[in-house]
Design a protein around this ligand. Structure first.
Ligand SMILES: Cc1cc2nc3c(=O)[nH]c(=O)nc-3n(C[C@H](O)[C@H](O)[C@H](O)COP(=O)(O)OP(=O)(O)OC[C@H]3O[C@@H](n4cnc5c(N)ncnc54)[C@H](O)[C@@H]3O)c2cc1C
Length: 446
């Protein structure tokens, strides 16, 4: 029997689990599993705000794929094209060489990217928050703003540098604002020049409440914690313009700032649309076995897939890590079944609640839909993350202990400059593909 090749694109929550489940089900003698991802790690995104705040080190949230996934071959690459007729995909490797890879079965689990809106200046002056580069950039940027504010005698400039604007009060924006406010306040306390200087954080959302997609009790808790600390929560509003010097709010107010964080939801990775297969809201249409209708060899899962929500007929599963993990496992199992190992399953999952870390001793959580707040929620939140991470648990736990015992490191390393983390991008890890004329090596086939 010829060895079959399954290619999984993307090693996020969905792809990592799909590859793992598949490897558990099939014989490596008969099935080769190839995972294509721009980096050699699975990124545990929910702890990224803690990386930006200097609590957790970046390598702790990056779980290495080699060594973790048995019988899975990792290929570093950014997939740019899928030819469904030829069963071949084209990707760009870290040295910008265009290569091709054939597949017998394909799992698309490429996740999502920042969602941009047509607001003047946003793409140039806003920053997203989706990866380690953005988190490192933000940590340095916040530190730099506080240092530059302390160094200037110009009060207007100082006010602008000490004003931080976050647009989007979903879990990402809310956690970034909560952690960022505590971090910058701590930095400012070390600078006598800023002893009377207010540190302003504004959290904006067009929805009537923070955490609009989550349980109302969690919203109230997060709202109360943020306001108690002095974060200016502004609902039912957004910005109408962004410039180098600040933003304009929708009511026309000019707000001088050097920091605009854009956390307004996500959209599926554009690779999905480029395949030409049917999409809904940019997500690849799949059936309840996560198979693409009309393409017996293609499966999709996670944020990139329009998975019917078994609990809410007619609706799609939300784009959350919990769903992506479970969908990945089902996709892996069903690919195995399509190769003669076991039987396929339908995707069925009831979410188990949500956790939102608000920094300090605060969190909002509803495990098994039981509402919790304060220290108890914090313990549950951290415990949940440790259980949910597929590796590096001890590293993360040690970082938490270190943060409780020592004062936080407050230097900037300057490794990630603003231009490296543009907002108007699907965040390609590698430079844009050269045109065929420019690419001296052409396509290398495997
Ligand atoms: C800051 C932040 C915090 C979050 N916190 C939570 C939370 O607390 N709880 C929760 O449930 N959800 C949370 N989410 C959402 C959750 O992380 C996503 O729903 C989840 O990551 C989706 O999993 P996925 O596998 O579909 O995509 P991802 O985890 O994003 O993985 C996609 C992978 O595909 C790779 N990829 C993309 N394009 C290509 C390509 N062309 N070629 C090859 N590889 C490619 C990417 O590099 C990545 O490794 C958070 C998201 C963010 C950004």
């Amino acid at each position: 029997m010829a060895r079959r090749r399954v290619v999984v694109v993307g090693s996020g929550f969905a792809g990592y689990n799909a590859a793992k489940e598949l490897a558990d089900q099939v014989s490596p003698d008969h099935v080769e599993i190839v995972l294509v991802n721009p980096t050699d790690y699975f990124l545990y995104l929910p702890l990224l705000p803690e990386v930006a705040a200097g609590i957790v080190e970046p390598r702790a949230v990056a779980i290495p794929v080699p060594g973790k996934l048995r019988n899975v071959r990792l290929i570093l690459g950014d997939v740019r094209h899928v030819d469904t007729d030829a069963h071949e995909l084209t990707y760009v490797d870290p040295e910008n060489t265009k290569r091709a890879l054939t597949y017998d079965k394909l799992v698309l689990s490429v996740g999502s990217v920042n969602k941009l809106l047509p607001i003047p200046g946003l793409a140039e002056h806003g920053h997203g928050f989706r990866g380690i580069p953005e988190a490192l950039y933000l940590r340095d940027h916040m530190t730099r703003q506080i240092e530059l504010a302390a160094a200037t005698d110009d009060q207007q400039e100082r006010d602008a540098r000490c004003t931080f604007v976050v647009v989007g009060a979903g879990y990402t924006g809310t956690e970034v604002a909560a952690q960022g406010h505590l971090f910058t306040t701590m930095l400012a306390r070390q600078r006598p020049e800023l002893s009377d200087q207010p540190i302003r954080w504004l959290l904006l959302d067009t929805a009537p409440r923070v955490l609009p997609g989550l349980d109302e009790r969690m919203s109230k808790e997060a709202d109360a914690v943020l306001r108690r600390r002095g974060v200016e929560v502004m609902t039912e509003t957004s910005i109408s313009e962004a410039t180098k010097e600040g933003v304009v709010l929708q009511d026309g107010t000019d707000l001088p700032t050097r920091t605009l964080l854009w956390c307004v939801g996500v959209r599926p990775d554009p690779l999905v649309e480029s395949t030409g297969m049917e999409t809904v809201h940019g997500r690849l249409v799949v059936d309840e076995q996560l198979q693409v209708p009309g393409f017996a060899d293609i499966f999709a899962c996670g944020d990139a897939a329009a998975v019917p929500n078994p609990r809410d007929p007619g609706e799609l599963c939300p784009m959350t890590a919990q769903h992506a993990v479970r969908q990945g496992k089902v996709a892996g199992r069903n690919v195995a079944a399509s190769l003669g190992y076991g039987t396929p399953r339908r995707y069925r999952y009831r979410d188990l609640g949500f956790v939102v870390d608000l920094g300090g001793k605060d969190a909002a959580a509803n495990p098994l839909h039981i509402p919790m707040s304060g220290l108890l929620a914090k313990v549950v939140t951290r415990g949940y993350h440790l259980v949910a991470m597929p590796g590096n648990r001890a590293r993360v736990a040690l970082d938490w202990v270190a943060d409780a015992l020592f004062s936080r490191q407050r230097v900037q390393l300057g490794l990630v400059r603003s231009g490296v983390v543009p907002l108007d991008t699907a965040a390609p890890e590698y430079p844009k593909l050269l045109s065929d004329d420019e690419d001296p090596l052409g396509v290398e086939r495997r």
